[in-house]
Design a binder for this molecule. Structure first.
Ligand code: FAD
Length: 479
């Protein structure tokens, strides 16, 4: 069966699937040893956070079972991949290690070191592209990377549909692991203090793994794609695809999603609007590729002087969903309970954090990193910089969201707030997003005493807005 003279290593990273996996496709031409390495040291502060680790545990479990069914055992290792991968290659006499490329700067550095080590040993690290495009391929007429989304998206759309997805291999010729690996439990990815288990509701919400990704994709195509342009802005409904964790962990490829959406033959505006979101993902990854400082430093250097006022008490109130703004609190509690938050609400909570509370965007980014099941270095840092006004094609800082009006517009019937802020559930719609303005008898009737059952706003909107604009002026004066 084997056309290849030596076995290959298939190194799974953020591509935990069998179908449309170009690295698997290449590695499985002959004998193959699939491996996953938990390498927190190389990732440093960007090692997967708590919610991401929960996801990874179940995704690896599903992947190992799927590989086993095809005839291969998944070897789980923990430690420095830069040492372990070349060692493993040497042990089984593999001349090639196949993997899908990663965008994170720390991972690129590590890949460069492994490629060198492999080369010195007479082998190679072969990286395959898991994106729709490659960050190098989409460039302006002057050969520069795009820094504005619309022309980038136009260039991607102009390429037409991507090549068809590659089917999963029928069988794998698995190599018996030459070393004893860790068990999944030994990797210790699940919350170590199960009481109270903060991830309890994740199990009801999510089905990590390739099969779960396809079930979620099918549900979206069936129930929500046709109304996506409007539905995606209503956090109280299942109007978006919720594919972000599946895409981040690579349980489904953007190419598979692209073709599935096209084949559904939904109204053109729905198909286009959705595919352009997939292109936002490509854009943020392209920005991270070309500007690896994205997770840490503002892309517009003047924002390095922005007069943030770090305030642990305000940050805690925000993290716990106790700011007194119902839409913000609902979002932050959804994040804690489900490891995910609706996009519209992510924008609102980030805006309040940075603008009303004057907290450094990097602190909000770090909280999201730990609590999102879809925490993704490209998407997270790109979007935090977007809200902070300092990133690529960013929203201007002076546009300060009003959390009351945002709530009233996008959660008009209060379905979202009532789900995640149940103490306000009995308030009539009219007051739901501004409980502090409700007459005393309305509050009494709803069983709400402000300051006891639910906080007063952490800062008044007009005051917060004026303070944010003042801070912006201070920064500009210094620049
Ligand atoms: P859908 O509306 O169904 O969109 C489909 C896919 O397109 C998403 O799964 C995602 O892969 C991509 N996409 C959609 N919106 C964006 C966007 N603005 N930027 C980049 N890609 C996008 N997304 C993450 O995947 N990981 C993150 O860590 C992350 N952090 C964010 C932080 C902030 C402050 C903000 C404002 C947004 C962040 N996003 C992040 C983007 C977006 O909120 C999520 O991708 C989206 O909410 C996921 O839900 P969905 O799959 O239902 O999206």
């Amino acid at each position: 069966m084997s056309a290849s003279p030596s076995p290959a290593i298939l190194w799974f990273r953020n591509d935990l699937r069998l179908a449309d996996n170009p690295a698997l496709h290449a590695a499985s031409e002959g004998e193959v040893l699939p491996v996953y390495v938990l390498d927190d040291a190389a990732a440093g502060r960007w090692a997967a956070g708590g919610a991401g680790r929960w996801w990874l545990h179940y995704s690896l479990e599903a992947l190992a079972a799927a590989l086993k069914e095809k005839g291969a055992e998944l070897l789980l290792l923990r430690g420095e991949a830069a040492t372990l991968i070349p060692q493993l290659a040497q042990k089984i006499g593999a001349s090639a290690v196949h993997a899908c490329s990663l965008i994170a700067p720390w991972a690129r550095e590590r890949d460069a070191a492994i490629a060198k080590a492999m080369e010195q040993a007479g082998g190679e690290l072969v990286l395959h592209n898991p994106f729709l495009t490659t960050p190098e391929a989409i460039r302006t007429g002057q050969g520069k990377p795009y820094s504005v989304y619309t022309p980038f998206a136009n260039a991607v759309m102009k390429l037409g549909d991507p090549p068809p997805a590659i089917p999963a291999p029928k069988r794998l010729d698995g190599v018996k692991p030459p070393v004893k690996g860790e068990t999944l439990a030994q990797l210790g990815l699940l919350p170590s203090k199960p009481v109270p288990d903060w991830a309890a509701a994740f199990n009801e919400m999510w089905e990590p793994g390739e099969a779960g990704a396809h079930r979620q994709l099918d549900r979206f195509l069936e129930d929500a794609l046709a109304d996506y342009p409007a539905g995606r802005n209503r956090p109280g409904e299942d109007g978006s695809s919720r594919l972000s964790p599946h895409l981040h962990w690579g349980e489904v490829s953007p190419r598979q999603v692209w073709h599935a959406v096209r084949q559904r033959k939904a109204p053109a505006t729905a198909t286009d609007t959705y595919l352009k979101e997939i292109v936002w993902r490509e854009f943020s990854h392209s920005i991270l590729w070309h500007q690896p400082e994205l997770p840490d430093k503002p892309l517009h250097a003047e924002y390095g002087h922005f007069p943030y006022r770090r305030d642990p008490k305000a940050q805690k109130a925000w993290q716990q969903g106790r700011t007194g703004y119902p839409i913000v609190d609902a979002g932050m509690r959804q994040l804690w309970q489900h490891g995910w938050m609706h996009n519209r609400v992510r924008m609102i909570v980030a805006s309040v954090f940075i603008k009303h509370l004057l907290q450094p965007w990097q602190d909000g980014e770090a909280w999201f990193w730990d609590t999102l099941v879809d925490a993704d270095l490209g998407n997270n840092s790109f979007n935090w910089q977007w809200v902070a006004g300092c990133g690529a094609d960013a929203s201007p800082f002076f546009r300060v969201f009003n959390p009351v009006l945002q709530g009233e517009k996008f959660d008009a019937d209060g379905a979202y707030v009532r789900t995640f802020v149940p103490e306000l559930a009995k308030l009539p719609d009219r007051w739901l997003h501004r409980p502090w303005e409700a007459p005393a008898d309305v509050l009494r009737g709803a069983g709400v005493t402000l300051g006891r059952d639910y906080p007063e706003p952490i800062i008044d909107h007009a005051t917060g807005r004026a303070r944010a604009l003042e801070a912006l002026a201070t920064m500009k004066a210094q620049a």
